[in-house]
Design a protein around this ligand. Sequence first.
Ligand SMILES: [Zn+2]
Length: 189
Amino acid sequence: MIKMEYFKLPLKKKMWQDFSNLQNQVGIFDSYQNYFNALVGWVKKYEEEINNQHEQLFVRSGLTTILEVDIEKYLSKKPEISLELEIQRMFTERPKHIYALLREIGDTLWGLVRFDTEKGCPCCMGAGLNYVLAIAHNTKEKKVILECETCGYSENVDGSKYTDGFSDIYPVNDDDLVKYGVDCKKSFE
Ligand SMILES: [Zn+2]
């Protein structure tokens, strides 16, 4: 039997209702940290069920590494969202597909840990590139690189193209930049 493509899988009503109920959780919109942890908690609750539906769903939604992030250490200085708009944006309209919901969650979580470099993306000319930590599958080497969240373009800190192949991506904070020898003031001179 051919498995249905991951992006066509319907979002079950029960799962949506449970997600939508998060908006009533006490304190969820009190801080970015609370909101991040509530979303992560919900995804983890359904992790097995989601993986059983299709193994690509987590990977394609950017959820493989972000669930383990300690938001107390990695909260962005410039979070991408405003908490007072989240009920309308995330919890009101039921997406048709489970992938659409997971991708929204993935984008939201990454928006809360993004480390903006203020350097534009040379590939899609879109928003700024972000610092992230890449761990290459082949070499296991850890490296801070710049990545475009819109098109996925990535480059090394010196501006050369990142060519280490398929990598796991994690957020970074100021301590990581020091640890990996990245001077964020000097990078773009
Ligand atoms: Zn781009």
